[in-house]
Design a protein around this ligand. Structure first.
Ligand code: NIG
Ligand code: ZN
Length: 414
């Protein structure tokens, strides 16, 4: 593999020391950078970088040299919350939303997660792999260089396993790190509507053992929400998942104060995600933990639900990550550039905070911040090069557009 040298970088952004694995409080506002820089990638890793005033002379003989022409170089986005394996879109629900129906009303009318589950149960593993791969390719072109993908549109033993096997194939087929979360506890299937215990037993007795046996999941997810899974049900599921070595990453406080944050923290969740409606108790609980608060502002935008209070969380010294939540119901977009813009526009995060939240803290929310998420020697050379920009703030300011000119994965132009 030939080495890659990128020169004439207007600003090399996100240079955190390799041992800094997560950022919280005021540290989220610091995004160290070098002006007029170069970076060298060898064997897929970042090996050296510096100022153009001191460009090295002892460069590898087999070298591809690319000029950034004054564009900025960022570590790739780490999208730590997605549902990109799904059978088809749900724009019929989009129209219901436009006509004023709420997320809960649409779910009650046969839409929502059950709608996706019906569709997915009929679609082959190959076809799911193809459509999810297409989505992931689009996301990579928009700068995403690490991703988490959830099951949760299967809701039967066979279909949950089918989804997780698709994710496993994606892990093998793509050049970026991929983590899998098991989310059978996304909603109750119709035939278990009046027997929650039986569905929980199905997850515990039939799904989890086989998933663990085949090594299909990295995390356990539960939609802890009024009308979905209660705190007690979540507690039980997380207990069992722990026995299989699956730490929690859960959906909490999306539509109501669900108690999901507290039960997540009780089980040492890697992250609790959504938090659109968060009270003082939840903030206090998170601030005493190592759990990351993952915020999903594109979901709030699309559903018209409140935006999470990122400022409260950052001020309480809680690490905040930003992710896309790409899924066919609440967030049909995997564009992390838009997520970062919304982080600034709607969550009132400063550009530096939003970029840290979508890179290093996103990587931390999938336990990958030792290998990706910042510019550091020895980290994966997953980067993107932008057009020349007038300042760092221009990236989130130019919302709805991508400034990305080139994507680099494992030290190679993608
Ligand atoms: N809230 C739960 N799950 C998804 C939406 C699922 C759907 O509507 O299909 C979310 O994170 O927003
Ligand atoms: Zn989600």
């Amino acid at each position: 593999m030939s080495a890659l040298l990128i020169t004439d970088i207007g600003l090399l952004v996100g240079i955190h020391p390799k041992n800094v694995l997560v950022l919280k409080g005021s540290a989220m506002g610091a995004l160290p950078a070098v002006n007029n820089a170069w970076i060298l990638c060898e064997s897929g890793l970042i090996t050296r970088f510096g100022s153009m005033d001191n460009i090295p002379t002892d460069l590898p003989t087999s070298l591809t040299s690319v000029s950034a022409n004054g564009g900025y170089v960022f570590p790739s986005w780490c999208d730590s919350h997605t549902h990109i394996v799904f059978a088809s879109s749900r724009e019929e629900e989009f129209e219901m939303k436009i006509q004023g129906k709420s997320y809960e009303e649409i779910a009650a009318a046969g839409g929502g997660i059950l709608n996706s589950a019906h569709k997915l149960q009929k679609v082959s593993e190959d076809s799911l792999f193809e459509s999810a791969s297409m989505r992931l390719n689009d996301m990579i072109k928009l700068g995403t260089g690490a991703v988490e993908i959830k099951s949760g549109y299967g809701l039967t033993v066979d279909s949950e396993l089918k989804m997780l096997r698709v994710i496993k194939r994606i892990k093998e087929a793509f050049k970026i790190p991929v983590k899998a979360s098991f989310l059978a506890a996304h909603t109750y299937p119709e035939n278990y509507k009046n027997d929650h215990n039986a569905y929980i037993q199905l997850i515990v007795d039939k799904m989890l053992p086989q998933i663990a046996d085949e090594g299909l999941a990295d995390y356990m997810d539960v939609f802890c929400e009024k009308g979905f899974f209660s705190v007690d049900e979540t507690d039980k599921l997380l207990d069992v998942a722990a026995k299989y070595g699956l730490p929690p990453k859960i959906h909490a406080n999306q539509l109501s104060i669900s108690g999901g944050v507290q039960v997540g923290v009780k089980h040492n969740a890697v992250s609790v995600d959504h938090l659109e409606v968060t009270d003082k108790e939840a903030v206090r609980c998170l601030s005493k933990s190592n759990t990351i608060a993952t915020l999903l502002p594109s979901c709030s935008l699309f559903l018209g639900i409140p935006f999470a209070n990122a400022r409260n969380l950052i001020d309480a010294d809680i690490p905040v990550a930003l992710a896309s939540d790409f899924n066919p119901g609440s967030t049909p977009s995997g564009n992390m550039n838009l997520v970062v813009s919304l982080g600034c526009i709607k969550l009132k995060m400063l550009p530096e905070e939003a970029i840290n939240a979508a890179t290093l803290n996103g990587a931390a929310a999938i336990q990958l911040s030792d290998i990706t998420g910042s510019i550091a020697i020895g980290k994966k050379a997953n980067l993107f090069i932008t057009r020349p920009m007038s300042s760092l703030a221009y990236l989130p300011y130019s919302f709805g557009q991508s400034q990305i000119e080139k994507v680099v994965l494992n030290g190679e132009i993608y």
